[in-house]
Design a protein around this ligand. Structure first.
Ligand code: PLP
Length: 410
């Protein structure tokens, strides 16, 4: 870092300011985490220099014998950690992993069945503004109005009626467990492929805090930078049956050279996730999310579906008469960083929304537990209810984060 500071103080300042921002506030974005210094060291390594199109032992460039080891270690650890027959660690992101998986299993114009974005699905699950909605014929399922949980009867009816080639389960803003066995049964009834996109929960799967989709899905796509606490990136786990076509879909179909520094960092994160401390971490992430959801419920901030089984809570703010956008702004002013989010059947447009989404991966990495979640809920409620109170709440945030710093000094 001293070298960067000497050569490019302008950019060094940006990096330092971001560390200060992380230290000075509460990061409650459900899709973020704080990667370890070891992960960041691998990311900032000379492996970024190497072109290595292809796969270990089958590259289109010379000099790959060292980076081959990085990818072999990453693949080996991913397969062991998740009990998968095959792993591809090259996707640059979760969206790339989905693009590759769709390319491997479908042709443009084929039908896929996935969760609607306004009910918690991801952009890549068929949104019109995304390649998935443009290139495939998308049928969307949602959650029930009464329970706000996935309507399996609707999924089955739509599957029987539209006969999709691929069914996608997994979501971006869904606080409950996905029943992979039920989805497998529906896919089997119509001979469809089943893809579980566990971008959000793969870290909880790694830590044994939620059930694994691996025994049920033909393909599992994931990101490495959310609850898993690795570098920004994606990955694919799949059965031996589709392994070769999955690899060909990643390279050469959608990507060129893999990012070997990111792959090394993914391997470091998989290694960290194999340790007993990570099991404790994943369990605590879920316990904290439950505690946060309960404490917010007590403040008239209703958790969608009544609570959470995962790392996130989706909160309906209509009881307080505050929009998601306004709540996001007040919380940010108090240095509590979270995002506005549509709730199922939201009457407000996506730029406004009636909800907010909060996640516990970062604050749990900082060593916070249930007592701190209760404090955080009170701070969030205070900021949302009364934007005039943000200055004093900001002081409370500073006190709390001093006791549990992100990236402790030294
Ligand atoms: N799939 C799901 C379910 C996600 O939640 C996300 C990101 O939030 C993605 C895919 C895409 O990941 P990325 O932002 O790395 O492309």
């Amino acid at each position: 870092f001293d070298l960067l500071l000497a050569q490019d103080p302008e950019m060094a300042r940006v990096l330092l300011d971001e560390v200060d921002r992380l230290r000075g506030g509460l990061q409650l974005i459900a899709s973020e985490n704080l990667a370890s210094p070891a992960v960041i060291a691998a990311l900032g390594s000379t492996l970024t220099n190497k072109y290595a199109e292809g796969y270990p032992g089958r590259r289109y460039y010379g000099g790959c014998e060292v980076v081959d080891r990085a990818e072999e270690i990453a693949v080996h650890r991913a397969k062991e950690l998740f009990g998968a027959e095959h792993a591809n660690v090259q996707p640059h992101s979760g969206a790339s992993a989905n693009l590759a998986a769709y390319a491997a299993l479908m042709r443009p114009g084929d039908t896929m069945l996935a969760m609607a974005l306004p009910h918690g699905g991801h952009l890549t699950h068929g949104s019109k503004v995304n390649f998935s909605g443009r290139w495939f014929d998308v049928v969307a399922y949602g959650v029930r109005r009464d329970t706000e949980t996935i309507d399996h009867d609707e999924v089955r009816d739509l599957a029987l009626r539209h006969r999709p080639k691929l069914i996608v389960c997994g979501a971006t803003a869904y606080p409950r467990l996905v029943d992979f066995a039920v989805f497998r049964g529906i896919a089997d009834e119509i001979g469809a492929w089943l893809l579980a996109d566990v971008a959000h929960t793969i870290g909880l799967v790694a830590g044994g805090a939620v059930p694994s989709p691996v025994p049920y899905a033909d393909v599992v796509t994931f990101t490495t930078h959310k609850a898993l606490r690795g570098p920004r990136g994606g990955g694919i786990l799949c059965t031996a049956e589709v392994a070769a076509r999955m690899d060909r879909a990643v390279f050469p179909f959608i990507q060129g050279g893999p990012m070997m520094h990111a792959i090394a960092a993914k391997a470091v994160a998989f290694g960290e996730a194999m340790r007993p401390e990570f099991r404790r971490y994943a369990g605590q992430v879920v316990a904290n999310a439950r505690a946060l959801a309960e404490a917010l419920a007590a403040e008239d901030m209703r958790p969608v579906s009544g609570g959470t089984d995962t790392h996130l809570a989706l909160i309906d703010l209509r009881g307080l008469g505050v929009s998601g956008a306004a709540a996001e702004r007040s919380c940010a002013a108090a240095k509590i960083i979270l995002n506005r989010n549509a709730i199922p059947y939201d009457p407000e447009p996506p730029t406004v929304t009636s909800g907010i989404r909060l996640g516990t991966p970062c604050v749990t990495t900082q060593g916070m537990g249930v007592p701190e979640m209760k404090e955080i809920a009170a701070m969030v409620a205070g900021a949302v209810r009364d934007p005039g109170a943000v200055a004093s709440i900001r002081d409370q945030v500073t006190r709390l984060t001093r006791g549990h710093p992100a990236y402790p000094r030294g």
